[in-house]
Write a protein that binds this ligand. Structure first.
Ligand SMILES: Nc1nc2c(c(=O)[nH]1)N[C@H]1C(S)=C(S)[C@@H](COP(=O)(O)OP(=O)(O)OC[C@H]3O[C@@H](n4cnc5c(N)ncnc54)[C@H](O)[C@@H]3O)O[C@H]1N2
Ligand code: MOO
Length: 390
């Protein structure tokens, strides 16, 4: 058994960022920017009005009437110059005409025909002019790598980027193994159960920006497993689930080995997730996950997600850890790093009573995995502990 950190390092050593592809900006959210984007012009490109009102010169004063000489609308500027005693009707976002040094709000004037009279309090609230480049200047850049969120997409649009270069989505083949498995929606025999963890893994991978493909369930025979493993095609990452332990029907190591798996490690000092296996299988990274549903999904957080992020070009980093106090004491930990299903409460982290790795109902109720290092001593309520947010 190797420590979790060593296993993760071994996986990172097998992993390289995938190449980039151009996508239209409208499809860029959730993707990872790979090439810098640079604004070609200032935003706003001209001094712009922040309010609906009247553009006036420095000479304008309360009670002094002004003649309205034209209009500047967003998209159609007033052509010409505003002089003393004059005003230009202006709207939010419109270019401020030459000569104007402030915009007074339409609520703060009285208008009769082509005359406006600023009220006493019309000059209090700043100039109401956004200078050219107030948001960003030409040359402003967005640097890669960056996981593009909706707000980034808006900024890229404002910078004029119609397409962006992003990492192509990692293709992930997911193979469930076992005679006992049927797909949800199918009719299980009396000795069968529904395949579950593969669906959770696929959902997690989609959320990470990968492209999961659920392959047919491999039955517990060398022939069936070989056949399904031959379907992985052009996958960047192959995940098998189950058949990783020491039972007579646990065939993954043997079959993957026959197919040329260059094994990096087998068995990790963690709980759940001990019989984890990984290596290179052809052009793909292969991770053999344990079958117990919680084991597979916890390994999804601890190993699969960081590998996918590395493939996306986001760097080789372990899953993000936070620290919080315990709401209740914990007994001493054993020799394996324990990822305890827990909930975040106002009083702190509370581990669930039942930590069996078969219990998806407990994992479903959890929003944190408390990380207990090997041989961590007993911890009192209030002790600060690391956890992975779920
Ligand atoms: N004698 C020993 N037995 C076991 C050991 C051990 O060290 N010595 N390790 C235990 C641990 S820890 C784990 S974890 C499991 C891992 O077993 P496998 O990876 O070989 O998984 P299976 O035996 O195929 O399945 C275990 C369990 O999970 C269910 N399963 C499998 N795939 C799915 C799926 N896609 N969806 C839902 N449930 C699934 C399967 O029905 C079994 O109940 O081994 C322990 N045993
Ligand atoms: O390691 Mo197993 O994954 O504890 O249940």
């Amino acid at each position: 058994m190797i420590p979790v950190a060593a296993a993760l390092d071994a996986l990172f050593a097998l992993t390289a960022p995938l190449d980039a592809e151009d996508v239209p900006l409208a499809r860029a959210s959730g993707r990872v920017l790979r090439v810098p984007v640079t604004a070609r012009r200032d935003q706003p490109p001209f001094p712009a009005s922040a309010m609906d009102g009247y553009a006036v010169t420095d000479d304008a004063a309360p009670g002094a009437p002004l003649r309205v000489i034209g209009e500047s609308a967003a998209g159609t500027a007033f052509v010409g110059r505003v002089g003393p005693g004059e005003a230009v009707r202006i709207f939010t976002g419109a270019p401020v005409p030459e000569g104007a040094t402030r915009v007074i709000l339409q609520e703060d004037v009285t208008r009769e025909g082509d005359r406006v009279m600023p009220a006493a309090d019309a000059f209090g609230s700043g100039t109401n002019i956004r200078p050219a480049g107030a948001d960003f200047s030409a040359g402003h850049g967005m640097a890669p790598p960056r996981l593009l969120r909706p707000n980034d997409v808006a900024l890229l649009a404002a910078m004029g980027a119609g397409t962006v270069a992003v990492t192509r989505r990692p293709r992930v083949a997911i193979i469930a193994t076992g005679d006992e498995l049927v797909l949800p929606g199918d009719a299980p025999g009396p000795d069968q159960i529904y395949a579950s963890n593969t669906f959770g893994l696929a959902a997690h991978l989609s959320a990470l920006g990968a492209e999961p493909r659920l392959l047919p369930v491999a039955r517990d025979s060398v022939a069936a497993l070989s056949t399904v493993l031959s379907l992985v095609d052009d996958a960047d990452l192959v995940l098998t689930v189950g058949g990783a332990s020491v039972g007579d029907h646990d065939l993954v190591a043997r079959v993957a080995g026959d197919l040329g798996l260059d094994r990096a490690f087998y068995k990790v000092a963690m709980r759940p997730g001990k019989p984890l296996m990984a290596g290179r299988l052809g052009d793909a990274v292969m991770i053999g996950l344990p079958g117990n549903p919680v084991s597979a999904l916890v390994c999804g957080h601890v190993f699969v997600a960081p590998v996918v992020r590395a493939m996306l070009g986001l760097g080789a980093e372990p899953a993000r850890r936070l620290v919080a106090p315990l709401a209740a004491p914990l007994a001493a930990n054993g020799p394996r790093e324990h990822y305890m299903r827990a909930e975040r409460t106002e009083a702190g982290l509370r581990a669930f009573e039942r930590q069996d790795s078969a219990l998806l109902s407990v994992l479903g109720a959890a929003d944190a995995l408390i990380v207990r290092p090997p041989h961590d001593p007993a911890r009192a309520a209030g002790a600060e502990v690391p956890y992975l947010p779920l």
